[in-house]
Design a protein around this ligand. Structure first.
Ligand code: 13P
Length: 340
């Protein structure tokens, strides 16, 4: 394990003003996104869409890394340049999703278990040779009656720790992603309690597995009200609870926390991140973004499957990247939405 290299990569991912673009939708997920704009999910369309995103002018000012799906890391752009090189030529670190999606959690109906440890070491070496500097593994925690179970949390956090350890052996920075789903009618207090239980379990598992925390990045969900909860917590409450939850659960050695958007709107995701960074609390880690939908949705809609819309779509992505960059500094203002 090259600790210096791991620390360097992890710090670069959360460099000032910058965050991560998650563009690692699996085959099924990207098909759902394309269905929403009536575009067929062919390999060429997926390549064209993602290449357009990656070639957005100025994107590297706010995007430190991009998470790719296996298909994309092996693809070339339209002019034959490998997609990985399109990113690395701009100083953007290519990353790779390495989990293999979720299974139903055995013995616990309604809960999920993330798979993908088999052969992971060899896959990571191949990805590293292709230019990947970091990886991602997503665990899913569902809130409902009697859920999450301790079995679900523990099994998933142990797998995350095993994944992180295998990544570090390959000198790849593991992004550890325990997503507490927004789905459900639970209140924000419940989300808060489940997030604490989950993140604490994660760091216990990482410690037991001897993972080098300085060479990891945490990708959590924010502490929010369930999507169907009748009381939707306001911006300040989300920011305060998320910060308190993290301060009580995440060791100071961790270099960065990059949130997923998890079904929040693009603007909400920016506003919440900004509120946390504007609170003026001294935090031991950087607080930034690793958004999929919250960065891509406006661009996806503007693109609508047509190359003619590329500059509009790139403008939409550039705007979200810039505003989230501002949110990492706590300097975002709603007026900046109109200044586009
Ligand atoms: P969202 O921001 O769309 O939740 O995606 C982030 C991600 O990488 C989920 O695994």
């Amino acid at each position: 394990m090259d600790k210096q290299r791991l620390v360097q990569t992890a710090r670069a991912l959360v460099a000032k003003k910058k965050g991560i673009l998650a563009a690692d939708e699996s085959g099924g997920t990207i098909k759902r996104r394309f269905d929403s704009i009536n575009v067929e999910s062919t390999e060429e369309n997926r390549r064209n869409y993602r290449e357009m995103l990656f070639r957005t002018a100025g994107i590297a000012d706010f995007v430190s890394g991009v998470i790719l799906f296996d298909e994309t890391i092996r693809q070339d752009g339209a002019d034959g340049t490998p997609m990985v090189k399109v990113l690395s030529d701009q100083g953007i670190i290519p990353g790779i999703k390495v989990d293999k999606g979720v299974l139903d959690m055995p013995g616990h109906p309604g809960e999920k278990f993330t798979q993908g440890l088999d052969g992971l070491g060899e896959r990571l070496i191949e990805y590293r040779e292709m230019g990947a500097g970091f990886a991602k593994w997503r665990a899913v925690i569902t809130i409902a009656d009697g859920m999450p179970s301790t079995a679900c949390i523990e099994a998933n956090m142990r797998s995350l720790a095993m994944y992180a350890s295998i990544c570090q052996d390959a000198d790849i920075v593991p992004i550890v992603e325990p997503e507490v789903l927004i789905d459900g009618d639970h209140d924000i207090e419940t989300c808060d309690a489940v997030a604490r239980r989950t993140i604490r379990s994660l760091y216990r598992a990482l410690a037991e597995q001897d993972v080098f925390i300085e060479g990891t990045i945490l990708k959590p969900s924010m502490v929010v009200s369930g999507k169907n909860c009748s009381r939707q917590a306001g911006v300040d409450e989300v920011a305060e609870r998320t910060i308190a939850c993290l301060k009580n659960s995440v060791p100071a050695a961790n270099p960065g926390v990059v949130f997923l958007s998890g079904g929040q709107t693009a603007v909400q995701s920016t506003v919440h991140l900004n509120a946390m960074n504007a609170m003026g609390v001294n935090l031991p880690w950087r607080l930034s973004f690793s958004y999929g939908r919250a960065l891509q949705e406006p661009a996806l809609e503007a693109w609508a499957g047509s190359a003619e819309n590329a500059s509009l779509a790139q403008g939409a992505l550039a705007l979200r990247a810039r505003l989230n960059g501002a949110a990492t500094l706590g300097t975002y203002k709603p007026e900046m939405e109109e200044a586009a």
